[in-house]
Design a protein around this ligand. Sequence first.
Ligand SMILES: Nc1ncnc2c1ncn2[C@@H]1O[C@H](COP(=O)(O)OP(=O)(O)OP(=O)(O)O)[C@@H](O)[C@H]1O
Length: 910
Amino acid sequence: MAGEEEQNKKRKKGHAQQHQLKRQGRRSYKEDQEIAELEQRLREGAPPRGSNPLAAQEGAGATTSYAAARTFDELPLSQYTKDSLKKYKFVTLTAVQRATLPHALAGRDVLGAAKTGSGKTLSFLIPLVEKLYRAKWTRLDGLGALVLTPTRELAVQIFEELRKVGHFHDLSAGLLIGGKAVAEEAARVHRMAMLVATPGRLLQHLDETPGFDTSGLQALVLDEADRILDMGFAATLDAIVANLPRERQTLLFSATQTKSVRDLARLSLTDPEYLAVHAEAATPTPLKLQQAYMVVDLGQKMDVMWSFIRTHLKAKTIIFLSTCKQVRFVFEAFRKLRPGVPLRCLHGGLKQARRTSVFYEFCNEKAMVLIATDIAARGLDFPTVDWVVQADCPEDAATYIHRVGRTARYMASGRALLLLLPSERDGMLKLLEDAKVPLTQIRPNPAKQQAVTPALQALLSKDQELKDFAQKALTAYLRSVFLQPKKDVFDVTQLPVEDFAASIGLASTPKLRFLKRVKAGPGGKSREEVIEMGGRSALEEESEEEEEEDGEEEEQEEDAAAARRAGAASTSGRAGATPAAGKKGKRAEAAEPEEQPGAKKLKGQDGAVKAAKKANGAAAAAVNGGGGDDDDDDDFLVVKKRDVFAEPEEEERLMKEVAAAAAGDDDEDGKKKKKKKKQKIKVGSVSGNRRVFDEEGNALDPLAQLAKEGLGEEGAAAAAAEAMSAREGVYVVAARPEERFKIAADLMRRRDKEDRARLKQLKKEIKLEKKARARAAAGLEEQGGVATLRRAGEDDSDDDQEGGSGSGSGSEEEEEEEQRERRRRGGRGGRRGGDSDDDSEGSDEDDGEEDAGQRGHKRPEVAHFGMARKDAGASAAAAMGAAGAASKAAAGSSLAEQEAMALKLLSMRR
Ligand SMILES: Nc1ncnc2c1ncn2[C@@H]1O[C@H](COP(=O)(O)OP(=O)(O)OP(=O)(O)O)[C@@H](O)[C@H]1O
């Protein structure tokens, strides 16, 4: 025991010394020695190519090979990484980690496939951090490692995990995910050794940010590769990969392997190790996951969902729906009915800040219902989810597997329920059977079922906005079914639309032109026929009308929701009472009630509406189960028959190849929201060929578009105002295309000149810093020891840090306590190297960025692991600080001038 304490003390002292040295810009002899030893172990003990280390016998080749490692300690990892892993209680390797880490650490390309929740994230993060550590990477070396992932939430989560692995390291890392000012990111991106990014935003920086150099990249990770492709990022990915050096290590991970992933692997990996860890497993889903399905009519779905929530009040549940409009409606409606458990929603239409806060809220709650689109289906690691309910049928087996993978993660158990319509039953069960997903059929217990429809009808009859949401939800759902490529599962003509409309509280069914056309004619029209009909099909028209409205809607969504929450729900029945309601005229046109057979039946239900209205309180009580707040979930779900499809088959058949993208999911991550957006000119290009992007990372083609259309006065005014606030682009309007070209080109030329000046300044700064570092190192050697050195641009608050750490930073706890105290005080000086969990600003002291105290754990954007290097001489620092400030001031004023000038031009033109 005493020995262990002694060892701990020694290790901590060692860390403090290492950090001290790093602050002085040097690697210790011990570090150099460790790196040399690691290199040697990696060279001599790497598993044979083509082998699966999972099969390696424990003890075999124990002297050199680490292929049989079962714990992180047995792997050739730096002490920093080992200590970081220990700190976060990662001790034993999971199967995928045992299989992939030995190869990936040896520098090989890896294609890894393993079940959801099996620990793939550490399998790629550890090799990245280790690689840069062994390469003695510094922030002057540019971007060293890049992780690409499909969604922002996933990126945030990976970044959090990276902060853990890199806790004791001295590496800066950044998060590039859009939804934030590009300019703010651009100022820091060139200093990051590691980046976690979504593809659109990364490409934007590659194209637009001067000084962002990827030529030295050592390693690339494509996480959830099939999803990246499914989301339509294939071209973006190509463009990104084309910007990266060929000589690099590439790791590609996914829980499901599709043909598109294998194609991607062929193109981006070199001589890879294929490690499909659970390929031999009897089922592709976690073993501790209990899965069931229930056949329900479309008109019963709302009741089943509601009853489920009401009978699982103590559970943490995710309910998946197909589109964001459905999510919005169900969330708003159920929230108003107060089910007795907190509800949240997550979909691509929400602003990023809201998405992030929902993500964290759901992580932290024990009992909560998250209603979500497939944006939450992949990769997200919410702890302790009890139930995954797929209220809408997934598009394929892979999506099913990813959705259920949000529960039963790592060692935990979990339960999943799939609702199938009678028309979907056979087709979907066949797909799942082929994929070896074990399912049991269950049915709802009628005694426990609670009808929510009367309460919904009552709500909608007095809440115009909610009614509007309901109509849009219905349209969006039908459209999504229609657009599904698997016609043996999804057949929109089979759906009882009127029943569905009634069940969600609508007194009549919205008119749907595309549906009419599909149903028209012998046998109806195929999806392709409808889409191609006349170039602009009814489907597209409808979709455009909706999207046009939605652009406005999304901007208002948050405010409207806040207003609603504040009790300002006086919109009932008054078109135009809110900005959103102002669109009702158009909406009514698009989805005006149709007199059709079902209408009669619905009219008949008006009585029910009235009755429900009258008994609103009682209805609410009824839907609330009349005291049914029990948690007896199994009372509601009754096992009908066991039906386990668990015949082992070949690997190829295990993960059945699934169709790539289902066309037109307009609800994912806002990726199609660019339609009808005002066109934006980014000032900063020499010619019109350069790609520019909007905030979401959608590529725009400003000059060509502008030449064709122009913006119209109103659009331009709004756009100009937006541009002013974003400070990153200027909109131009002019009567004639050639004028518009000229104005845009002039502005772009000027901004580009400024870009070049900034780049030059940046290079100068780096050069100066290098020189200062060399001088400082020489000085140190002459003095033969310790000196307190400062880096350019560091603020005064670092002074006491230096003093403190220079004199007595022997104890890590002391440092952390000191750090916490500084955070409590909330000042910028509260930040220091990576011994803190909150070092999210890392090396950005001189950026004049947000307060570290305000950022904290919830908003990780940039992290700097380990101590910030303080490696420049004081005089050089002062000089460079002054130069930097001057150049920033110059840049700032010239940007402002340009924008002012552009706006002046605009108003002149108008
Ligand atoms: N060796 C380990 N020991 C303990 N916990 C671990 C280990 N490896 C991973 N975990 C934890 O297991 C959980 C799931 O890991 P991770 O998110 O990496 O899974 P995944 O395979 O990427 O899942 P998905 O396919 O859904 O993205 C995380 O909370 C992670 O911290």
